[in-house]
Design a protein around this ligand. Structure first.
Ligand code: PLP
Length: 495
């Protein structure tokens, strides 16, 4: 795109008196000041940009072309999982029969929509080996909070009020301790071993030191390093024996799909990120959906509204309120219905058999990239990973080319950068997640570019350190942008 021609801000293109659109004549009476108090009325005309039609159209079209998404190219953003988002999901979510629904309309007038909701609850229960799901939470973190509230309600229902502590591994996603704090639980950290997995001996010590106070333990599996937590059988036994419940952070469910189920591993409560595992574009912070599932015996604590079949199975009912131990409402109405629809469409279009290929393919793709690059990028934890893995920067540290430089240089080659400087366990974390949908050719292209960048770091480090060179703007000052963001346009003169 040519920024010089079309300008960065529509205000900069404004020419006094230029007009791209004329409004029909105003047939309404002029406002009089008793209808709108004087102090609320504008004293001078708003200084809106004045442009001709083509300038406006070109300005916004060219800006929109600067977006990068999964439809433009490879997006290996570990932990955030931007994956295949089939266009048919968008079409279904936009259908007026769904988009036009009102959340307060009577259940008998929207049985089809409730059926989608109910069926997805059942599918998630089957995929995870749990008893029942709520689709109400609107994000993964919101699901964590809801799940922890279920755990708290369970202990309170048993008058076991001393259980105020939750065990969280040091490798956990930052939302885990944050959700625990919002739920009023105190976080007790359990360490990772050098192999990146939960240290079971340390867990035994933590449990012994807090006897009678443990509400439960949150675990992410595969964990934030993309590693399968092999000791779950022992871990869940230790936690259950001390009276706590096991919470499964299911944001990394991709590689587990069709291979194993949290319910079978002994977990009591979990959340799933529909916007990660079951499609829905969510760049820029939304929209999301974080359904929460529970094992048999905990269903009554789930939030409302709940969609339940009528006694005679002839229709679906909406149950509201806090009867029988329910938490009550955790958000607006039924949650993010459009995301729920997309997940449902995604699962139906894959089908029962193909869903079983998601996990193995996600795992194969991640391991293929890892093994193809580990001679030039530092792999701190070797061995088989699941859907994602972490490099600790370039192997050759003498170049002083950082993970940030590599990420910026990738933009020049038309790739979205991986997740960088997360997890915090390493200094130069570069976290790569290809997802299951990418072809071998795409992965090979990425591998070859990553190798080229490693070469450049040796032969021409300045080129990498000053990247990107091909993007509309070069390297921004991250610290300045974060500390002093300018989010409004300060008008100079009304030219
Ligand atoms: C993304 C993620 C979360 C939080 O999910 P949001 O939808 O972003 O709130 C929690 N845990 C893990 C492991 C994640 O990757």
């Amino acid at each position: 795109m040519n920024n010089k021609l079309y300008g960065n801000l529509i205000f900069e293109l404004s020419k006094k008196g230029r007009c791209g659109y004329s409004l029909p004549e105003n047939n309404f009476e002029e406002f009089s000041s008793d209808q709108l108090p004087e102090n609320l009325r504008r004293q001078e005309p708003a200084s809106l940009p004045e442009c001709d039609e083509l300038t406006v159209v070109r300005h916004y079209t060219n800006h929109s072309a600067n977006n990068f998404g999964v439809n433009n190219g490879f997006y290996p953003l570990g932990s955030c999982t931007m994956k295949y988002n089939p266009a048919i999901n968008e079409e279904i979510a936009a259908m007026k029969e769904f988009a036009g629904l009102h959340p307060m309309q009577p259940a008998e007038t929207c049985q089809g929509a409730l059926e989608v909701y109910y069926n997805l609850q059942q599918m998630l229960a089957e995929l995870t080996g749990l008893s029942e799901f709520t689709l109400n939470p609107c994000a993964g973190a919101h699901g964590e909070l809801t799940g922890l509230m279920v755990i708290r309600s369970y202990h309170e229902s048993r008058h076991d009020h001393a259980r105020t502590k939750i065990i969280i591994p040091d490798s956990a996603h930052g939302t885990n301790p944050a959700s625990a704090a919002v739920c009023g639980l105190e976080v007790v950290e359990v360490k990772s071993r050098p192999d990146g997995l939960v240290d079971v001996d340390n867990l035994r010590e933590v449990v012994a030191a807090n006897s009678g106070q443990i509400a439960g333990m949150m675990m992410t599996n595969p964990n934030t390093l993309g590693l399968f937590e092999h000791d779950i059988p022992a871990i869940q036994q230790i936690v259950h024996e001390c009276g706590g419940l096991m919470y499964y952070d299911g944001a990394n469910l991709n590689p587990m799909l069709g291979v194993c189920r949290p319910g079978d591993m002994g977990f009591d409560v979990m959340h799933i990120n529909l916007h990660k595992t079951f499609s829905t574009p969510h760049g820029g912070g939304g929209p999301g959906s974080g359904p929460v599932g529970v094992r048999a015996g905990l269903e009554q604590f789930l939030p409302t509204p709940r969609i339940v079949p009528a006694d005679d199975d002839s229709s679906l009912l909406v149950k509201t309120g806090c009867q029988d131990g329910s938490l009550g409402s955790v958000g607006c109405f039924f949650g993010n219905y459009a995301v729920i629809l997309r997940a449902y469409a995604y699962l139906l279009s894959l089908g029962r058999e193909n869903v079983k290929m998601v996990g193995p393919l996600a795992t194969l793709n991640a391991n293929y990239i890892k093994e193809s690059l580990k001679d030039v990028y530092e792999l701190p934890i070797s061995g088989l990973c699941k859907h994602e893995f972490v490099f600790d920067g370039l192997k050759d540290k003498s170049t002083h080319v950082t993970t940030m430089d590599v990420a910026k240089r990738l933009l020049d080659y038309g790739y979205h950068a991986p997740t960088i400087y997360f997890p915090l366990l390493f200094h130069e974390s570069l976290m790569i997640e290809p997802t299951e949908n990418e072809s071998k050719e795409t992965l090979d292209g990425f591998i070859s570019v990553m190798r080229t960048i490693a070469d450049e770091a040796r032969t021409n480090p300045e080129l990498v350190k000053t990247a990107p060179h091909q993007t509309p703007i070069g390297r921004v000052d991250d610290v300045l942008a974060a500390k002093h963001p300018i989010v409004t346009y300060r008008q100079m003169v009304n030219s």
